[in-house]
Ligand binder design. Sequence first.
Ligand SMILES: Cc1cc2nc3c(=O)[nH]c(=O)nc-3n(C[C@H](O)[C@H](O)[C@H](O)COP(=O)(O)OP(=O)(O)OC[C@H]3O[C@@H](n4cnc5c(N)ncnc54)[C@H](O)[C@@H]3O)c2cc1C
Length: 494
Amino acid sequence: MSIFILMFLLLLHSSSSSSSVLPEPPPKIPTVCIVGAGIGGSSVSHFLRTYSSPNPNLNFKIRIFERNGVVGGRTATMNIAGDTFEAGGSILHPKNLHALSYSKLLNLTVNDPSSSSSIGIWDGKKFLFKTLSAKSKLPFVEKIISLVNSVRIFLRYGVSILKMESFVQSAVGRFSKYYESFESRPIFETVDAMLEWAGLYNLTTSTLRLELDDAGLSPLLIQELVTVITRINYGQNVSMSGLAGAVSLAGSGGGLWSIKGGNWQMAAGLINRSDVALHLHEEIESISFLEEYYELNSTEGKSYVCEVAVVATPLDELNIQFIPPVSIPKRKLQHTHTTFVRGLLNPVYFGLNVVSEIPELVGTIEDPDIPFSSISVLKQHDEKNMTYKVFSRQPMDDALLDSVFSARTETIRINWGAYPHYNAPEVFAPFILDGLHLYYVNAFENAASTMETSAVSAENIARLILSRFFGQVPLSTANTTFSSVGGEGLHVDL
Ligand SMILES: Cc1cc2nc3c(=O)[nH]c(=O)nc-3n(C[C@H](O)[C@H](O)[C@H](O)COP(=O)(O)OP(=O)(O)OC[C@H]3O[C@@H](n4cnc5c(N)ncnc54)[C@H](O)[C@@H]3O)c2cc1C
């Protein structure tokens, strides 16, 4: 072999061996994939970022998948003739501390708690009870009417009304334990453990009716006002489980609030500030565990590799395919039909002479012949033109609407798979669906379904991920600010 060929071969060898010493690839950043961009999914991303922010070594990517073209899920607004109204989750409680902290963090404007609407309890033939409208431009008039209403409520239901308040306060007080600092608040691996720790579990094992009987409420109050409230807030009656019932009653107290322009802005704002890759119009159809990671496949024909997967939507009416399969208790969703009507109620339907005699909120007792759960005035444009929201368990067809309303210029219908149909004793799905890193935020919905309960569950899931996957235990809740706004009195506000 000539010396030149030998040198050429040596050169070739040295160059090929130098190319095999490539620089180390950068370490792969794990990905957390979240299915659902409602308040639950967005809260998971928010708490993951917030609680991991003091640790510069904790680097991960977040992807959120949303089948719709907008975020917010069951918090959505509806536009009717230029006005915006909440179509799903509408009211927040003064002690919903996560929602309050979101509104501050995101600089969102909060609607002042509105003055009390007049309430009427309709039994299908007549109003069993009515309060007066406290809406007045003069604050002292509002105060006097509100006082008169309290007296009227007291005269009808007696001390039972105070017992109801104390039942609700006790449940709200226990729920507030979920805002305690990490020093005293564990990370919960199951819904049962989370409820037991706060002293709320027992309320999920019996019905609201039994709980209220035990609390000494009169049958009249349970049959009327309590039923009216549970039908409005959950489309169900007092056979529902006690905890969801207590949450429903808490949603009828004073100081209720909402976000101006729509509560969906909380989800949007949290996603915006959490460094998330948001995949709108991308429905996840399968989640497969492939030894070291999950593969999420979307209806767009795309695949995503994720070390952690979070389901932040109720699985009950979905066909996401899990490989291997996961097991969750069967749960029926309560469908609530929300019908917006611009027009005018028909006083004749209510046995009255003029529309002004119809209360601003018509609530109903449990009677299969009553075709709606509630009708409330959202806005009075003028004497003959109002916007109403009707809740019903079945769709309101045109013939029915034409008997309830004397005029209709616009009608919009939404069929929500709204919340679980509550059945005591409740059985809870696992937070950790496969014992590994596949999590389920909406397992907590069987306790109660609200924007805040989704946020509370999401916060626990974020802590579970940080401790179980990243081996990090967040040290303090310092980055979240909790505060509350006051407000007392009894009124249902939708
Ligand atoms: C009519 C009505 C009135 C209500 N009133 C109140 C109230 O006054 N106050 C209150 O606090 N709560 C209320 N609630 C309940 C509250 O709205 C819900 O509990 C809360 O918004 C649930 O949030 P979430 O993020 O857990 O679920 P969702 O808001 O349902 O979010 C889940 C998201 O996942 C998406 N998704 C589902 N499947 C897939 C998939 N395969 N791939 C990708 N994306 C998917 C959905 O499109 C949705 O956006 C009400 C609900 C309804 C329907």
